[in-house]
Ligand binder design. Sequence first.
Ligand code: DAH
Length: 330
Amino acid sequence: MEHWIEKIDAAETLEDLEAIRIALFGKKGELSKAFAQMKNVPAEEKPKVAKELNQLKQRLTKIFEEKKERLEEKALEEKLKAESIDVSLYTPRPQSGALHPVMKTMDKIIEHFASLNFSVEAGPLVEDEFHNFEALNLPDYHPARDMQDTFYFKDGKLLRTHTSPVQIRTMMRQKPPIRMICPGSVFRRDFDLTHTPQFNQVEGLMVDEKGKVSFANLKWILEDFLRTMFGDVDVRFRPSFFPFTEPSAEVDISCIFCEGKGCRVCSQTGWLEVLGCGMVDPNVFKAVGYENVSGYAFGLGVERFAMLLHQIPDLRSLFEGDLRLLEQFQ
Ligand code: DAH
């Protein structure tokens, strides 16, 4: 039996050892056979032989277990070595998403007006001529109604050209007082450095009993808003014209690039035009069946705000989905 000690010693792998275990300790193994032979041993020698056999078994078992432990340690070491990770290796980072600069700007605008208790309304993108033009006092001959300027459907409906129709929908759905904004997409047949066929606007409307809403209120609301967006800027109101407001104004801020000194962005004027506004035209109130009310309205282009806030020179780059641009806004 001593040759088993050499065999165990010579085993190089756990598989070798397992073969030895079966051949030596197994049911049909050498030891079992040796114990089976006990029946042929004369009775007076049995205790002595049995004792020796048991001692041998214990010794072999001990040697076997020690060897097994050593081989297991070796196997574990080899496994760890094979599976080791080089943490200094380059791995590309997973791309993480971020809000588009236009969305970020939109959120900032919405947050400002929501904090002043303006409700946030929505309307359909496919509008009819009544809500998009007629009720807003845009006459038949107005250039915006031309096929060249608006996307029409065969049934006479159209993609809304501004968010102003949501003024009409909100007034027809609710009673005054109204204090709302409407952010959303609008569509025009236009495509160049500063125009895209689809862009975003935010509309604002406040209506209450006659005499309660004045141009002074409008001025304060917009000055406060523009300073929240652009910081410490000068704000000026220039008389203008919109069919749905009377009087109307366009609003400029002092150029945020040259601080009013005159540069390329402001065409040397020192001012940047940022929105349109005015007191709601009586004809608009007539169209929605309102009497004895007064109100103001305003509208702005979100992309223009985003371009000014982030100094993006070409409007179209906001719509191209170029990751090199978008990654800068994470
Ligand atoms: N709807 C106008 C446009 O798309 C923007 C606008 C100007 C909206 C004046 C208003 C306003 O509510 O009072 O150009």
